[in-house]
Design a protein around this ligand. Structure first.
Ligand code: MG
Length: 383
């Protein structure tokens, strides 16, 4: 029985991780979890899965939950997330948190010898070098939950690193894939939140539409698989059937396919190296008929270009990219800025932030904090 510590249980990846645990009660148990603002959902999760430890946002939430007399111990806030990550138990940490808040729990779980199933993008985007080095040092495995990285992880299994010539990351294209740039000027939050293939949280749906999500995935792949950035390509693939590919030196290409369902990569990350039965929708290529591929252009998607630029410059720049994106997406969701302002704001901070080589975690956290503060101040956010 594998014990799971699930951070971000009430989010999109979190609830799908709970589906995986629910479907495999003899394999996995929810040992601890953190929940966000939806307390109703927290109550349901605790009643059903009976975790021993639960982290909530504040003490008020605990007072509400205590009325139900659940037999679990409560933790609060960011400190609580880190306490869960450091629990003295052999367990896998599923990090499904959204935002920079996910970084420290990953680091603390590694330091307490827990394998990581990683969905939190900020962990590798902002501190990839530090996190991967720690994982090697503590001999901890990092299993990707994202569909693209899970695909690459599956394709390179049994292959030698030196035989890999290229990673090809597929992109569905997000909600505006059929719009030209000039058509983006007045798009609304509602338009942006309508993703054609995947059902995800608001932040990542916006990131998919700007292609920043793909940019983050390129950066994550660079760290996870230790591949030169120039050997990582992206391709627009609207059907989301091929989840990514790997090309080898002999011109052979491996792809991993399946119907778009995040529970598949989640299950693989938790069951690795085994595969477990899953009654999901099977892929029927006869029904699909045709798969399409197009170039993802940097002109159409400048956020993708900026992500490549940030990782090539290295140092603090990927963290700058992430912080500026985080704050501007939030402002867009709050209707304080327009859609195309997102990329303008990111570009400004990439240009105007002083580079820092080999930043520490403290440097990264500080720069993120300062940039976000600056953006909220300039554009009238609530923080
Ligand atoms: Mg993805």
């Amino acid at each position: 029985m594998k014990k799971i510590i699930l951070l971000g249980a009430s989010g999109s990846i979190g609830t799908q991780t709970l589906d995986v645990i629910r479907n495999n009660p003899e394999k996995f148990m929810l040992y601890a979890c953190s929940c966000g603002r939806n307390l109703e959902q927290a109550i349901q999760i605790i009643s059903e899965f009976k975790p021993l430890y639960v982290c909530v946002r504040n003490h008020q939430d605990i007072n509400v939950l205590k009325k139900y007399q659940f037999a679990c111990k409560y933790y609060v806030g960011e400190e609580g997330l880190n306490c869960l990550a450091m629990l003295d138990v052999k367990a896998t940490l599923v990090n499904a948190l959204v935002g920079t808040v996910g970084l420290m729990p990953t680091i603390n779980a590694i330091k307490t010898h827990k394998d990581i199933a990683l969905a939190n993008k900020e962990t590798l985007v902002t501190a990839g070098e530090i996190v991967m080095k720690l994982a090697r040092e503590y001999k901890v495995n990092i299993y990707p939950i994202d569909s693209e990285h899970s695909a690459i992880f599956q394709c390179i299994k049994g292959e030698r690193q030196k035989d890999i010539s290229k990673l090809i990351i597929t992109a569905s294209g997000g909600s505006f894939r059929d719009k030209k740039r000039e058509e983006l000027i007045d798009v609304t939050v509602e338009d942006a939140l309508r993703h054609p293939n995947w059902n995800m949280g608001a932040k990542i749906t916006i990131d998919s539409s700007t292609m920043m999500n793909k940019g983050f995935e390129v950066i994550e792949a660079y760290h996870l698989f230790g591949i030169d950035i120039d050997k990582i390509e992206t391709v627009l693939h609207k059907e989301s059937i091929i989840h990514s590919m790997v090309e080898f030196v002999d011109c052979s290409v491996k792809a991993q396919l399946g119907t778009p369902d995040m529970r598949v990569p989640i299950l693989y990350a938790l069951s690795y190296p085994e595969r477990i039965d899953y009654p999901g929708e099977r892929l029927d290529l006869k029904k699909i008929g045709t798969l399409h591929f197009e170039e993802l252009s940097f002109e159409r998607f400048p956020c993708l270009k900026m992500a490549y630029q940030a990782i090539k410059e290295g140092g603090i720049m990927p963290a700058v990219l992430n912080a500026a994106n985080d704050a501007s997406v939030e402002l867009f969701l709050d209707r304080k800025i327009k859609y195309l302002d997102i990329e303008k704001i990111i570009e400004y901070y990439l240009k105007n932030t002083v580079q820092m080589i080999n930043p520490t975690i403290e440097d990264i956290v500080n720069v993120c904090f300062e940039i976000k503060k600056d953006i909220y101040k300039k554009f009238g956010g609530q923080k």
